[in-house]
Design a protein around this ligand. Structure first.
Ligand SMILES: [Zn+2]
Length: 190
């Protein structure tokens, strides 16, 4: 995870930029087709990633901004609002019982011994987990990972965890390794 910038949705549906976490800028802004908003690329600068600070990192997401920069949210938070995020919707996992999971990438922090992991949703019922094992990887840690995954995706999802080599991890065209890949079009399910 590059950890450059973060946006959170509040209970009123507003998308707030967590500007205390990272500095978010927008490039190539242009009016949307409807003309009531602007769409551009998200560039993030990390404030917390001290191991490898990234500056103006192209996050690969399209951000839609309100044309009115003073737009506010009924929740009262003063973190800046954006209208919508467009982009990497292919890293959402949809479970058979209808949950939308976006937080799988946090699980490797709960177990030890994982050098690299990639979650691949192959079908609506199947989740494949590729683990590049490190020195501390054990059956016990594998069980712990399986338990954490089931806790998130529920018991109806068929989960297989496989140990693989680094070369088996799928990188996208830019060389970036995305922790979650879905081959299921969740938009067809809603
Ligand atoms: Zn809000």
């Amino acid at each position: 995870m590059e950890g450059t910038a973060a946006i959170s949705q509040c209970m009123h549906g507003g998308y707030h930029i967590n500007s205390d976490y990272g500095f978010l800028e927008f490039a190539n802004l242009k009016p949307s087709a409807k003309g009531d908003s602007m769409i551009g690329d998200a560039l993030g600068t990390s404030l917390y990633n001290l191991a490898m600070p990234l500056v103006r990192y192209d996050m690969g997401d399209g951000i839609e901004l309100f044309t009115d920069p003073t737009a506010s949210c009924p929740c009262g938070r003063t973190f800046p609002l954006i209208k919508a995020i467009h982009g990497r919707s292919d890293d959402i996992i949809v479970t058979p019982d209808g949950r939308f999971i976006i937080s799988l990438f946090t699980l490797p922090e709960l177990v030890t011994g994982i050098d690299l992991v990639q979650f691949i949703q192959e079908s609506s019922q199947q989740l494949l987990v590729h683990v590049v094992p490190g020195k501390m990887w054990t059956d016990e840690q594998k069980e712990k990972l399986a338990f954490c995954i089931e806790d998130l995706v529920g018991s109806e999802m068929k989960v297989s965890i496989r140990s693989v080599d680094h070369d088996d991890i799928i990188a996208d065209a830019s060389g970036k390794i995305r922790p979650v890949i879905s081959h299921v079009d969740w938009k067809a399910l809603v």
